[in-house]
Design a protein. Structure first.
Length: 213
């Protein structure tokens, strides 16, 4: 069976500040995101990965590049792995969006939602699933491949392949710089790992300031 390693891009300032980057160009990893990308590369550098695929956006490419370099591979851009088209919501603050009436539907009945000027979750899921099936078909059954992409993309793919209804996909959590693994076989699939945060075991806790007053 083909094993897909889903890697969410590292942190960027849009994630840090709670803004919806969507498909905006020019969104780069910040210092923490770069550290997360390198930690993923260090963790997977000895794993027999056959190919590294990535969404074409800068933050995913910058996450994929250290891993590809460590493996002696090139990053292959795949438009099918790109972020959901959030339409008019792109570049908006999540705090403000959460005040909209439609926000509850996004969280609890996403199958009913179309982003204004963008995709529905159903359309995005169909695109992503088709992409994963196509990539799997390019490889031998026992190959291991990496796909560097976005949080909702990973959650939608995982939900489909484990049989989780679309309206429940928001119950999954995928953190920046995390690894999830899915095994695909003809007619079956298995979730091996979800949201393995490499840096959770490597980050040093911040020193507490001592109040001397």
């Amino acid at each position: 069976m083909t094993v897909i390693l889903f890697i969410r891009h590292g942190e960027n300032d849009y994630v840090k500040k709670g803004r919806l980057a969507g498909r905006l160009p020019g969104v780069h990893l910040n210092k923490k995101g770069q550290m997360q990308a390198q930690a993923v590369a260090d963790r997977l550098c000895k794993v027999p990965i056959k190919a590294v695929y990535s969404s074409p956006l800068e933050r995913t490419m910058e996450t994929a590049e250290p891993l590809a370099k460590a493996l002696g591979l090139e990053v292959i851009q795949r438009p099918g792995l790109v972020e959901i088209d959030f339409g008019e919501w792109q570049d908006k603050k999540l705090k403000g969006l959460s005040r909209l009436k439609v926000w509850r539907r996004v969280q609890y009945t996403p199958s009913l939602v179309r982003f204004p000027g963008g995709e529905t979750f159903g359309e995005a899921q169909a695109r992503i699933v088709h992409e994963i099936q196509e990539l799997s078909a390019l490889h031998e059954p026992k190959d291991l491949i990496a796909c560097v992409t976005h949080s909702d993309v990973i959650k939608l793919a995982v939900a489909y392949f484990i049989g989780l209804p679309l309206d429940m996909f928001q119950r999954l959590h995928v953190a920046p710089g995390s690894i999830s693994a899915l095994a695909l076989d003809e007619g079956s699939s298995r979730l091996l790992t979800l949201n393995y945060e490499v840096t959770a075991f490597t980050e040093q806790p911040e020193e507490k300031k001592v109040d001397k007053n």
